[in-house]
Design a protein around this ligand. Structure first.
Ligand SMILES: Cc1cc2nc3c(=O)[nH]c(=O)nc-3n(C[C@H](O)[C@H](O)[C@H](O)COP(=O)(O)OP(=O)(O)OC[C@H]3O[C@@H](n4cnc5c(N)ncnc54)[C@H](O)[C@@H]3O)c2cc1C
Length: 386
């Protein structure tokens, strides 16, 4: 294998998952030779709602990233206004504020942090992987002991290593744009769900600099919806929204038990279909899976170590969100959960943990939903008697 560049770790993709993987590997072994390959030149845009959960910032803080610098120029978002498919509205304060950081900024800042830690970034679109006795050959140009595939929803690494792609019925599509002209409060995130084409919702995520990220997404059924349909749905759910320039992208949602690679190839973030199927939130999973895979790559058993740590930290949560994704195909259940969140802070906080963090279906949330449903049944029978 003369002529090959030799690396301890090659990370394919420099989005949140890839940069975090590089950071985590270098945190375990600062002397490791870590190469990050990305098809794009940074800074680059990425179609996203730009919402960054506090849980994602926790992971990055644990890796020594200055999250103040990462979120600079944006303002903390303290409140959430949730409107359920049939119009129940809950407005409450987050237990911890969320951030909204345009991806052109967030990703460039994370790449810079990985480079400062010692990673080398090169512009290169990868096309092929070949397993060898000692590791993996990348495009006949690089040889790595371990490869981390962080190349997003259309992952070439996933296809090349033979991992399963997203199951039918677990991919969503969404589009988004930016506006500075919306009528919405500056420190409130807004989610408006809809029974039409359910599961589907529109969002408004203010950045804190006078602009807001506005978008709409729904599950892909037999064939992908058209841009015209998605744009019409956005304006139907957010009638005050001014005209926008919109861009769209696919979201491979978590199937509950994601396929995270083969041999010395580990998959992270969207490449492993790690997007919360209830909310479309993927940045927390991307940085968490990236951090676990990066650290695992520095051990003698990268695949085993990565699988075990991911299972320990997210296994139960992923099974719960998978079950909830099935149950919430019935919009009535989401109406009920939103009513419980409207009626009590504890139910609201638990819902946010499931939707944005590693939370599971908590007894407190189930009790609150039962209480709400019994309450409305009693009210209904009282109104029939009157
Ligand atoms: C419309 C929309 C709204 C969303 N809103 C939110 C939100 O508000 N909050 C949230 O948490 N999540 C949101 N998500 C999900 C989130 O965007 C993803 O989960 C997240 O970007 C995953 O990060 P990643 O690093 O795995 O992949 P990506 O961010 O997609 O990065 C992949 C990188 O790989 C590079 N690449 C691709 N192919 C190759 C190749 N062959 N060779 C080399 N490089 C390659 C790309 O250039 C890119 O830089 C949204 C998604 C969409 C589509």
């Amino acid at each position: 294998m003369t002529g090959y560049e030799r690396w301890d770790l090659v990370v394919v993709g420099a989005g949140p998952a890839g940069s975090t993987a590089a950071l985590a590997a270098l945190r375990v072994n600062p002397a490791a030779r870590v190469l990050v390959l990305d098809a794009a030149e940074f800074p680059r845009d990425k179609v996203c709602g730009d919402g960054v959960a506090p849980h994602a910032l926790d992971v990055l803080t644990g890796l020594g990233v200055d999250v103040g610098a990462l979120t600079a120029g944006t303002a903390p978002i303290r409140d959430l206004r949730l409107t359920s498919p049939r119009g129940v509205t809950a407005v409450r304060r987050f237990a911890r504020p969320a951030a909204v950081v345009p991806r052109a900024l967030l990703d460039a800042r994370l790449v810079a942090a990985a480079r400062t830690a010692g990673a080398e970034l090169r512009r290169h679109r990868i096309r092929s992987l070949t397993p060898t006795e000692e590791g993996v050959d990348v495009d006949g140009a690089f040889h790595a002991r371990t490869v981390i595939g962080a190349d997003g929803a259309e992952s070439v690494v996933r296809r090349q290593c033979g991992a399963r792609s997203a199951k039918a019925g677990t991919t969503a599509i969404a589009l988004r744009g930016y506006t500075s002209a919306g009528p919405w409060p500056a420190a409130e995130q807004r989610l408006v769900m809809s029974t039409t084409h359910w599961p589907a919702y529109a969002w408004v995520f203010p950045v804190g600099d006078g602009t807001a990220n506005v978008g709409y997404g729904e599950l892909i059924r037999q064939k992908p919806p058209t841009r015209t349909h998605l744009t019409e749905r956005l304006h139907a759910l957010l009638p005050d929204c001014p005209p926008l320039t919109l861009r769209g992208h696919r979201l491979p949602l978590s199937p509950g038990r994601p396929d995270v690679g083969r041999g010395r190839v580990l998959l992270v973030g969207d490449a492993a279909s790690l997007i919360n199927p209830l909310t479309g939130e993927g940045i927390y999973y991307a940085v968490l899976s990236g951090s676990l895979a990066g650290a695992a790559a520095m051990t003698p058993d990268p695949a085993g170590e990565y699988r075990r740590s991911l299972h320990r930290l997210l296994g139960k949560h992923l099974r719960h969100t998978d079950a909830l994704a099935m149950l919430t195909r019935m919009p009535a259940l989401v109406d009920l959960a939103t009513s419980a969140a409207r009626d009590g802070q504890r139910a609201f906080d638990d819902l946010v943990e499931v939707g944005l963090g590693p939370g599971t279906i908590s007894p407190a949330l189930v009790t609150a939903m039962l209480r709400t449903s019994i309450g409305s049944a009693l009210e209904h029978s009282r109104s029939l008697r009157e």
